[in-house]
Design a protein around this ligand. Structure first.
Ligand code: SF4
Length: 267
């Protein structure tokens, strides 16, 4: 059992966890098929289901259109973009995912992303609980809502967790929530991404690595350089090397990996 995590901080002005007031309907942002651009399954063909809404406002967010709930969402398929109405029932979402899996086969995983998909954990659970997908389910999450993770964990195969450092979010650290999240997710196919840029400090990289090592020092960790709107990395080789060496003192499996979908200029 962990004993040395510093206390986390509340999230002023953010959507609190555990207050999702519906179960069978929710808000999507978009659905599309592409190659996974980040982390342990990079290069695999995924069906991305992006849920709307997020509990954070990261400085570098590359999906700003998914941060709020809107009247509609877009499905990108061979017929071109198709606009559909929100909210969508879990049954409708499940049927649409099933038809996309059939039409776009082969698909290696269904990636539920956002925004932060766990903000709508009860809607996500309603989609997954009655589903009979034979395709693995991957959850892309900022790892800050451990209570909500428990709503969906039985139906999730792969967890892709970001460690949002204070330099990313402009907010205090979330070590306590992230540590709890890691403990819940560690029995899944779990990997962790740490976005870094020129604002990232040695101290927060070291603190994140120490926290990860407390849960499991062999967790696959991907240090991901943040890029600008033109795709240029916002950090340099010297900083990446320093961050790597710091984290490597605690972790046995750490890699530096850029967002490949950004390099390929694909969705
Ligand atoms: S957690 Fe992800 S979706 Fe939310 S603001 Fe940060 S980068 Fe954007």
């Amino acid at each position: 059992m962990r004993t040395d995590r510093p206390a986390g901080s509340p999230w002023p002005g953010r959507i609190p966890c555990g207050t999702v007031s519906w179960v069978t309907a929710g808000y999507l942002s978009e659905m599309f098929v592409s190659f996974q651009g980040e982390g342990a399954h990079v290069g695999r063909r995924h069906l991305f289901v992006r849920l709307a809404g997020c509990n954070l406002r990261c400085r570098y967010c590359d999906t700003p259109e998914s941060l709020t709930r809107t009247a509609g969402y877009t499905v990108f398929s061979g017929d071109g973009p198709l606009r559909r109405n929100n909210p969508v029932t879990a049954e409708e979402a499940r049927a649409l995912i099933g038809s996309m899996l059939d039409r776009e086969a082969p698909i290696d995983a269904i990636a539920f992303s956002g925004g932060e998909p766990l903000v709508q954990s009860k809607f996500l659970a309603a989609i997954l609980a009655s589903a009979s997908f034979s395709t693995p389910v991957l959850l892309e999450t900022n790892g800050m809502l451990p209570a909500n993770l428990q709503d969906v964990l039985p139906w999730v195969d792969i967890v892709s967790m970001d460690i949002k450092l204070p330099s990313n979010t402009g907010e205090p650290a979330f070590w306590e929530e992230q540590g709890e999240f890691l403990d819940l997710a560690r029995d899944k196919d779990l990997y962790v991404k740490i976005p870094v840029d020129q604002a990232t400090t040695d101290a927060e990289v070291e603190r994140a690595a120490a926290m990860l090592a407390l849960s499991d020092p062999s967790i696959p960790v991907f240090m991901q350089p943040i890029v600008d709107s033109a795709g240029n990395p916002l950090t340099d080789a010297e900083s990446l090397t320093r961050f790597y060496l710091l984290a490597r003192r605690y972790l046995s499996s750490i890699r530096v990996l850029p967002q490949t979908h950004t390099l390929l200029r694909i969705r």
